[in-house]
Ligand binder design. Sequence first.
Ligand SMILES: [Zn+2]
Ligand SMILES: [Zn+2]
Length: 283
Amino acid sequence: MKRWFDKYLEILFPRKCPVCDDIIATGGGRNSQKSDDIIAAGSGRNSPEREEIIAAGGGRNSPEREDNITLQSGLICPECIRKIHFVREPACKKCGKEIFDERVEYCSDCVKHRHDYEWGVPLMNYDAVGRKIIADFKYHNRRDNADFLAEEIYKRAYGKIRLMGADALVPVPMYFLKKRIRGFNQSEVLAKRLGTLLNIPVNDKILIRNRNTSPQKNLEQTQRINNLKKAFKANDIPHSIKSVILVDDIYTTGSTVNACARVLKEAGVEKVYFICACIGRNT
Ligand SMILES: [Zn+2]
Ligand SMILES: [Zn+2]
């Protein structure tokens, strides 16, 4: 039944490549790939892409992934996936951002500023391609971009995510009026897709945004922090939740994730990690 429904949706709303917007045939059935085979996705088995995925902690040497996860193929053109700058090693041990000096462990931002979260996993750099994928997702209702992003995170960072030992995925909340206007919270959509793949429950109740904030990208660091003070509030945290992964679309200076982490820790969560689709490079 579900397969027929999916087919129906596919005809009505054909899947488009998140990079070039061409209509692409989606997987499922014969063309779908088991997670075990996915290491070679998008390129040949000996390509740099494969090594990059393994280096990112998602390869065969990392904790075993669930065998019953079937990833969709055809979420992006094979040539377009090469246009995406996925975050590579060496990376900052705190925020996960690429660093250019192998002798250092942390990026300059993480050296300068204290972060309340443990560490995080970003998927790709916030360059022109990354920006387009996220902007289409948020502002042009391309919610299917979340399928692509979630599967790439799953393929590339499975091992690291399992190390987090999270009891819940917590999407960075959106102010309710803003969500009503947009119709959805992109972080929540991404978290739900990830939750299904990772078999980690999504909890969108323990953290709320109790006021709207100006778009963070236009503000200086100190303004961002002031702006975010008191923007978030934690609800009662169930005793079963000791470790959470915040899910967000973009990490720039980390002030949003940091504010969320602080609020959650004050409410009793012991460990807070994050996953984000994009990370800025020059902070
Ligand atoms: Zn394409
Ligand atoms: Zn860092």
